[in-house]
Design a protein around this ligand. Sequence first.
Ligand SMILES: [Zn+2]
Length: 131
Amino acid sequence: MKPPKNCPYCGNEVVLTSNKEIYGREFGNGRCYLCRTCGASVGVHGGKKGTRPLGILATKEMKVLKKACHDLFDPIWKSKKVNRGKLYRILASQLDINVEDCHFGHFEMDQLFQALKIMSVPNWWKAGETS
Ligand SMILES: [Zn+2]
């Protein structure tokens, strides 16, 4: 993913800055891309010199949805009923996307909603277990 220049939501400039601006203190490698106008942001890969964004710029709503997705997704592979890679493959096939694109941090609003809908069905992943 390329560093974002302009915010996809409000069109204003995106800056590479300290994530202290969002959280009040620095987390992880301490850096993020931030739109100071609407508050959309995304973290960056790597250490102090990293510039590669972790995903797409996310609004507050998208961050809430992303967390909700992880809250449904993570306990399944953490329970060891199915491994993480396989679970991503099952979800990708249900979303009809490539597994390489299947990361909650890369999803737009509509994909986040779609993923939530899929994962709110009990044992949703079992349907794809044999495929
Ligand atoms: Zn913005």
